[in-house]
Design a protein around this ligand. Structure first.
Ligand code: 2X7
Ligand code: FE2
Length: 296
């Protein structure tokens, strides 16, 4: 039986890839955003002890306006340039997709009443949210991925409607995985508070300029992290409308709600690997290792 072996809150500021200087990315950096990068490093160390077959990621930067879409082409290779930060992120990616797993999740979500679509365009450019979160989780890209779009029901309707759909999608994701033989890592690719600066300094990695946009955003981030660390995940979902609006959070994408639902609203603590700001936004790298069936 397939199962979810790990879940993570895996933020995707392209700055983190820039500061790592991997061969895939063209621009070079001196340093930067270490607390987050060291956090990802610790997460990778924990993941090294877990066997898995695929990574499934839900990204706010693949926005679909009619339903939830799933990557459905076995291989992608192209150049990803961040539209806001082309100075930081010009990344040559090459990745495999677990198409049968994507199809299974798409069919199960559809059965649950959600509007879904498989994305079959071979020239599609994979979004940078997917690329950054997957790169930081496994810079060698050893496993196939499935990328899930963010359907924009928060914008069209409300956070409540988005959550209803993301909870259904999370449960469908879990059922679909359990019906396969795959051991899967799930990534919610998003920042927490998301109010950011509108200016960039001459050197992006100058950390003397980096801080949270305002104290109010910081308080929201600390509240969320504390709830997740103490297993109060249902509380997080209940307060999502206030958090999303007041912290201008990327949780409007549904990524975190989807992850918590897929993990069946864990009451065990999340591991906090790191917290840091990127151009004023709040970002936490956190992980959940569900008990194995024998432990449960
Ligand atoms: O997409 C992002 C983000 N979510 C946060 C910070 C900086 C850049 O890009
Ligand atoms: Fe983002």
């Amino acid at each position: 039986m397939g199962r979810i072996v790990y879940g993570a809150l895996a933020p995707h500021p392209p700055h983190l890839v820039y500061a790592e200087n991997p061969p895939q990315n063209e621009p070079r950096a001196e340093c930067g955003w270490e607390t987050l990068r060291w956090g990802y490093e610790r997460m990778r160390r924990d993941l090294a002890d877990i066997e898995y077959d695929a990574i499934v990621v839900l990204s706010p930067h693949w926005q679909t306006y009619v339903g939830t879409h799933f990557l459905g082409v076995p291989h992608f290779k192209s150049l990803s340039v961040d539209p806001i930060f082309p100075n930081l992120f010009r990344y040559r990616y090459e990745l495999d997709v677990d198409v049968p797993l994507a199809e299974a999740m798409c069919a199960e979500a559809s059965k649950a009443g959600l509007v879904t679509k498989m994305m079959r365009n071979p020239d599609f450019r994979v979004d940078y949210g997917t690329i950054v979160s997957c790169h930081l989780t496994d810079p060698a890209w050893r496993k196939p991925i499935v990328s899930i779009s963010s359907q924009r029901s928060t914008a069209f309707y409300s956070v409540e409607v988005m959550q209803e759909q993301m909870i259904a999608l999370g449960h469908a994701t879990r059922r679909a995985i359990e019906a396969t033989d795959r051991r899967v890592v799930l990534l919610a690719s998003e920042s927490l508070s998301h109010r950011h600066f509108v200016n960039e300094g001459p050197m992006p990695e100058d950390m003397s300029r980096e801080h949270i946009t305002n104290h109010h955003q910081y308080l929201w981030d600390m509240r969320l992290i504390e709830q997740l660390r103490s297993g109060r995940t249902r509380e997080v979902v209940e307060q999502m409308p206030e958090f999303t609006e007041q912290a201008v959070s990327e949780s409007d994408s549904g990524a975190l709600t989807w992850l918590l639902a897929a993990l069946d609203f864990p009451s065990y603590p999340a591991e906090l690997y790191g917290y840091g700001t990127v151009i004023g936004t709040g970002n936490a790298v956190m992980g959940w290792a569900p008990p194995t069936p024998k432990e449960a």
